[in-house]
Ligand binder design. Structure first.
Ligand SMILES: O=C(O)C[C@H]1C=CC(=O)O1
Length: 95
């Protein structure tokens, strides 16, 4: 199942720099592990914002929830999930 997920990040200005660096490093490793596994298909920076737009290809809603819940930055995120379906004008459907 495909999902578009927008993650808006809002880190507290008073966050301890060492905690911040550790959290960001763990977030990067976790994200890249899921990209290697093929579940986190795309990650794009939203221009001008501390946000990303990502595409996930996961087994079901529960798996996406598990992935998002375990993001190290989850406590500092506002997340919007959009389930995706094939578009009838997609030329890939001609294959
Ligand atoms: O910078 C971000 O968009 C937040 C985050 C999501 C994955 C990752 O590596 O960082």
């Amino acid at each position: 199942m495909l999902f578009a997920v927008q993650m808006d990040i809002d880190l507290p200005v008073e966050m301890d720099p060492a905690v911040k660096a550790d959290t960001l490093a763990r977030e990067k490793a976790y994200s890249q592990e899921l990209q290697q596994a093929g579940e986190w298909v795309h990650i794009w920076r939203c221009v001008g914002r501390y946000s990303n737009l990502s595409i996930f290809d996961v087994a079901d809603n529960d798996r996406l929830h598990e992935i998002l819940w375990n993001l190290p930055l989850f406590p500092y995120m506002t997340i919007e999930v959009t389930p995706l379906a094939r578009h009838p004008s997609d030329i890939a459907l001609l294959d």
